[in-house]
Each structure stands twice: as structure tokens, then as C-alpha cells.
Ligand binder design. Structure first.
Ligand code: LLP
Length: 438
């Protein structure tokens, strides 16, 4: 046990502790936000989101699309648009939110391993230009929509499954041979898909795409994928006489959830993948290098967000452990239950306090597995009524939230320069009835 206070570098750059030991983000006192808006509450630092978008744009001049599955609402789509990033959507619902936010359709790209004809139709008719195709069945669907319904023909990137190990949780790895995503390199499938598109008059070949997984800290997986993709680029050049304009390496850069995590920064990650791509392209003998693009989600949204909870009960099982139960849980953050994800916790009213007690933070759902943090350090004086903060919950928390146990999903607040605004309101008990008929 270190018993140190929370490391402020896990929080947005604006995080500050005042003379009374209270923590603010974006100039807003977290306990005051919890009091005004209730708990659980997702709080995002708007400047942190923007700075991360800018870091990505600077580091990947070839192009960046924000992966909206990490965190999406109207305010976020507008922020991403203002920062000049493109937007990756992976369902008709994400597309709907993006269009409702006024996101320009020609900067939206559509993803998914099982896009329905309806999703494809809506996207093409709305003016979405880029579709990342994932299967022959999808190519058939695009053919039919363009030929029979006169939908505008899309520019397509071919999602390739490079068959590499991403060094992450198995549920977060998408690039191994046995994965549902993309055309495998084995059996010539990726090359055949590109050949088919090159010969097609219902779609234009725009490039190659691979996403090997998420929450990745190590270079090797990306490097191995780039090596294989470069060989494919070379083959497309030499056998089809086609230059590959774009190579999209997907998202996947990991973030620091707990103090011992040590991922590369956005700039370091970008330098490594550019270097590895350069080496791979020259080893493969590629003559016209494609531009490198990326589509990060977690590394933009994750560190910009925290969740505030209120402590309800504290129960000590002698000789075993102390459970500190809060008013949320796996409905607002399923990541610990799903992936064994780890988080830190602290009390924003006493942010500089030593965290000298080892406890387990439990949610309020009817499952023993509903634990938000197991054996985590908090100040020993923690008591019912305290506001507890968990950092780095900005990605895949709100977006994967559920209504389990008929608990309404929390509100989302954006903070900036001492002001705050609710961008998603809290679900009420009546919201829980809004889909029921009779
Ligand atoms: N592109 C594609 C095609 C993806 O499937 C994903 C994430 C991304 C980009 C963004 O990846 P990121 O930069 O966020 O790692 N629910 C899991 C993460 C699932 C990631 C799904 N795909 C979690 O909470 O850890």
C-alpha cells in the first residue's frame, strides 16, 4: 500500500486542489456539482477533450476520425466537428445522433461487421461517403442499393483482419485470426475483396483499414499489423496497378486508468506507428505510400471524464474486506464486471488526503460481481454521505450504460473555465416507463 493522495495527472489538466483540499476540474468544484446535479454524475472537462482532439490532429496529419462508440451525445459530436476531426459511427443509431448534431455527413464514416441494408441506405442517402466494408454480403448489399435504389455509390475502405495479437484483454482484441471483424489475409480474402471493388461500378476503392483492438500499450501489435498491411498495399500496386490512398490503423491506444499504467502519449504512439509504417512500406517495396489515418475513441474521451458517486453504506467483514457501496455501479460503468478493468478512487472534498485504507467499492446492483474497484486505496476517514470520484471514466461508461435494476442513467455535465452545463439530463423514473405500452 502506498497510501498516497490521488495522482492529479490521472485527471484533466485543469484539475486543481484549493486551500480547503477540495478538487475542481475545469474550475468547477466536484462536490458542488454532485450537490447541484445529484449522483452518479459523469463530468467531462471540455478543454481536455479539445486538447486531445488537437493532439491527434497534429500527430496524424493524414486524418483522424473520433470513434463515437467511446462516448457520444449531441454536445460531443459538435465538439468533435468544431475540432475538425471526422466521425466514425458503427450503427444507424450513432449515425442518427451525429446527423442530429449537424455533423457533416461527408466527414462521417460507417463501420460495423453486420450493417443492415437499412443502415447502409440511410448512410448513403444522407451523404456519408466513406464506408468501411467488412464482408462480401455487405458488398452485395451496397451493389443492390446503388444499382436498384440509385443510392450514391460510396468510397470504401476494406477492413482487413491482419491476424495479429494486440496484447490486450481478449474481449478487446479484434485483430487475431479468429475474429468476427474484417476480411482475413489468409485464403486471399482481403485481396479478393479489393479486386472485386476495383472492378465494381457501385463502389470506389479508397483504402485499407485494420483495427487490432483496444486499450493497447505496446507497439508490437501495431507494427505487426502494419507489416502485413504494407505487403497487401504492395500487392495491390503491383497486381492491380492501383495506388492505395489511405491506410487506416483503427484506434486502440490505451489510457492510464491506474497509477501503475504506463501507456505511450498520443504523440509517442503516433511517432511509433509512422516509423513502423515507413519501415514496413519500404520493406514491402511500396512505391506510392498511402496516407496514415486513425480513429481513436478511448484516448480522446477516457481521461477527460470522471464519475461522481455518493457513498451509501460501509460494511466491514472482519479479517476479510470493507465494502464501500455507492449509488451507481455496473449500470453506469460495466467495464470492471466485463473486463476486470481497474480504477482509482478518491474523495474530492479531501483530495490531498492520504489514501490509507484498502476497500472494495461496490455498486448497488443485485449482483456480487457489481464491484467498481476491488482492493483500492481511499482515505480511512471515508463515511456514508461522502462524494467519491473515479477518474478516467470518460470512455465506454456512458456509452455502455444500461438500466439494469431500473436505475436511470446518470446525467452528463461538461465543465470549462469555471462554468458548467448539463449536456445529457439524468433519466427519471418516468423515462423508465417511456417504452412500455399500456
Ligand atoms: N475503430 C474501430 C473499428 C473500433 O472497433 C474501435 C473500438 C475503435 C476504432 C476505437 O478504439 P479505441 O481507440 O477506443 O480503443 N468496450 C470496450 C472497448 C471496445 C472497443 C470497441 N472498438 C472497453 O470498454 O474497453
Amino acid at each position: 500500500m502506498h497510501a498516497d493522495p490521488i495522482d492529479l495527472s490521472l485527471l484533466a489538466r485543469s484539475a486543481a486542489i484549493d486551500r480547503d483540499g477540495r478538487l475542481s476540474i475545469g474550475g468547477c468544484d466536484l462536490v458542488a456539482l454532485a450537490e447541484e446535479h445529484g449522483t452518479p454524475l459523469y463530468v467531462y472537462d471540455e478543454d481536455e477533450l479539445r486538447v486531445r482532439c488537437r493532439e491527434y490532429r497534429a500527430a496524424f496529419p493524414g486524418g483522424v476520425a473520433y470513434a463515437s462508440k467511446a462516448f457520444l451525445c449531441l454536445a460531443m459530436a459538435r465538439l468533435v466537428n468544431e475540432e475538425g476531426l471526422d466521425l466514425d459511427v458503427a450503427s444507424g443509431g450513432e449515425l442518427h445522433v451525429a446527423l442530429a448534431a449537424g455533423f457533416p455527413a461527408d466527414r462521417i464514416q460507417l463501420h460495423g461487421n453486420n450493417k443492415s441494408a437499412d443502415e447502409l441506405r440511410r448512410a448513403l442517402n444522407a451523404g456519408v461517403r466513406h464506408v468501411i466494408v467488412d464482408s462480401y454480403d455487405e458488398l452485395d448489399r451496397i451493389d443492390a442499393l446503388v444499382r436498384d435504389e440509385r443510392c450514391p455509390p460510396p468510397d470504401v475502405l476494406v477492413r482487413v483482419n491482419p491476424g495479429v495479437d494486440a496484447h490486450t484483454h481478449e474481449y478487446l482484441a479484434t485483430g487475431a485470426v479468429d475474429a468476427k471483424f474484417g476480411f482475413p489475409l489468409i485464403d486471399n480474402q482481403a485481396f479478393s475483396a479489393i479486386t472485386r471493388i476495383a472492378d465494381s461500378n457501385t463502389a470506389t476503392f479508397a483504402g485499407i483499414h485494420a483495427h487490432i483492438g483496444s486499450q493497447i500499450f505496446r507497439r508490437e501489435g501495431f507494427a505487426a499489423a502494419l507489416e502485413r498491411l504494407a505487403l497487401l498495399v504492395a500487392r495491390v500496386e503491383s497486381e492491380l496497378g492501383l495506388a492505395v490512398d489511405e491506410l487506416n490503423i483503427g484506434g486502440g491506444l490505451g489510457v492510464r486508468y491506474v497509477e501503475s499504467d504506463d501507456p505511450p502519449s498520443i504523440a509517442q504512439h503516433a511517432a511509433l506507428v509512422h516509423e513502423d509504417l515507413g519501415a514496413a512500406l519500404s520493406a514491402a517495396g511500396v512505391r506510392q505510400p498511402p496516407r496514415l489515418t486513425t480513429e481513436p475513441g478511448r484516448s480522446i474521451a477516457g481521461p477527460a471524464g470522471v464519475t461522481l458517486y455518493r457513498v451509501g453504506t460501509i460494511k466491514t467483514i472482519p479479517g476479510l474486506r470493507t465494502y464501500v457501496s455507492v449509488d451507481g455501479g455496473l449500470s453506469d460503468n460495466p467495464r470492471p464486471a466485463l473486463y476486470g478493468a481497474t480504477y482509482e478512487a478518491f474523495l474530492p472534498a479531501r483530495a490531498a488526503a492520504r489514501r490509507d485504507a484498502l476497500v472494495t467499492i461496490a455498486g448497488k446492483h443485485c449482483e456480487q460481481g457489481d464491484l467498481l474497484a476491488t482492493d483500492v486505496e481511499v482515505p480511512g476517514e471515508i463515511e456514508p454521505g461522502d462524494v467519491l470520484c473515479m477518474p478516467v471514466t470518460g470512455a465506454y461508461g456512458h456509452s455502455m450504460a444500461s438500466n439494469y435494476n431500473k436505475i436511470g442513467r446518470p446525467a452528463v455535465v461538461f465543465v470549462r473555465a469555471g462554468t458548467h452545463r448539463v449536456v445529457v439530463r439524468r433519466e427519471t423514473d418516468d423515462d423508465l416507463l417511456r417504452l412500455d405500452i399500456s
